[in-house]
Design a protein around this ligand. Structure first.
Ligand SMILES: [Zn+2]
Ligand SMILES: [Zn+2]
Length: 370
């Protein structure tokens, strides 16, 4: 069994990503070695770089949206065996924390993880796998509870998106803030996550889905996923535009997937009476929003607003990923449309630039056959 791989690593704060050989320790009885074949490039990978580690110790093995095949399963691992196609979940509820014990594993506070098994070949330094996964490599070791078996006949290059970006967006209008049939919905920010929110709202039979972005291209993409209206926020005040489109009433649900504070303020002001605003994008340190609590028409109190935060779509991967894979098979979740570019391990920095420029919905790193 080979324990050699290549990985994309952040060696220290402020440095660009480097691709270099890594070596793995053997998996423990409750761990799985996965041959990774595809891994999507997600905003959170860039977030780790921009925030000098997002609290994780260096060196860091990036990537957390991976799909691959079980190469070796420890003796205590059940449910998968060698050769099985799997997604790698960054969330694997522990079953023991306060959240899990009161029957709310979607809000687990202590996700299961493997021991740190990967090392830089050059000096043996132990790598921190991003979000307990580390999938910008052709081999990684994760906890047995983190691998979710997938159907063998679907494209791994597409399925990998379910492991983070798509499930984060798709889960928000299904799990975090369930949209009711006929409801009006606004989605601010229509990158990969926002488009998945649109797709999720459509699955929930929303009546009206208003996409908001500053890029006309993204508004077009949103229509492909089920948006009924588009608001170009570079030309219009999104709050006024959404209110106008809803006859002044506002939307029942608003979601923001930009990770910036202004859209949070806008969400709250575009809501219907007793509407619900959901933050999905990761906010940076020091981000602050100002909310008018007492305004007689649009204030949080008078308008009886709920503001909530989705934790990665609040998915339970072992249940939700297979369900989403079937939506993909049925054509209800168009992952094919989401993969704009397939790239190599050495092309991640340019993929970050493509992402920031809004040129791609998703770039997927191809790491191996299958
Ligand atoms: Zn837990
Ligand atoms: Zn992600």
């Amino acid at each position: 069994m080979s324990r050699d791989a290549r990985g994309a690593i952040l060696t220290e704060p402020g440095e660009p990503l480097v691709v270099e050989p890594i070596t793995l320790d053997p998996p423990a009885p409750n761990e799985v070695q996965v041959r990774v074949v595809a891994s999507g490039v997600c905003h959170s990978d860039l977030h780790v770089k921009r925030t000098n580690g997002w609290g994780m110790p260096f060196p860091i093995l990036l990537g957390h949206e991976g799909a691959g095949y079980v190469e070796e399963a420890g003796s205590e691992v059940t449910g998968v065996q060698e050769g099985d196609p799997v997604l790698i979940a960054w969330r694997a509820p522990c079953g023991r924390c306060e959240g899990c014990r009161r029957g709310d594993p979607r809000h687990c506070m202590a996700h299961l993880r493997a021991k740190k098994r990967a090392h830089r070949e050059v000096d043996g330094a132990t790598l921190t796998p991003m979000l307990r996964t580390g999938t910008f490599t052709d081999r990684t070791i994760v906890h047995g509870a983190q691998v979710v078996k997938m159907p063998a006949d679907l494209s791994m290059e597409k399925l990998c998106l379910l492991a983070c970006g798509v499930s984060t967006g798709f889960g928000a209008p299904i799990n975090t803030s369930p949209v009711w049939p006929g409801a009006s919905v606004a989605v601010i920010g229509c990158g990969g996550v926002g488009l998945s929110i649109v797709a999720g709202a459509k699955i929930m039979n929303a009546g009206r889905i208003i996409a908001v972005d500053i890029a006309p291209q993204k508004l077009e993409w949103a229509k492909h996923f089920g948006a009924t209206d588009g608001v170009d926020a570079s030309q219009n005040d999104p709050v006024e535009a959404v209110r106008e489109l809803t006859g002044g009433a506002g939307v029942h649900f608003a979601f923001e997937a930009t990770g910036r504070p202004e859209p949070v303020e806008q969400m709250v002001r575009m809501l219907h009476f007793a509407g619900r605003a959901t933050m999905v994008g990761v906010q940076g340190p020091g981000a602050a929003a100002t909310l008018d609590l007492g305004d007689p028409s649009l204030g949080v109190f008078e308008n009886k607003i709920t503001l909530t935060v989705s934790h990665g779509g609040d998915v339970l991967p072992q249940y939700d990923f297979p369900v989403m894979a079937e939506y993909y098979r049925d054509g209800k979740l168009d992952l094919d449309f989401m993969v704009t570019k397939v790239i190599g391990l050495d092309d991640i920095e340019p993929a970050f630039e493509d992402m920031q420029a809004g040129r791609v919905i998703r770039s997927v790193v191809r790491l191996g056959e299958g």
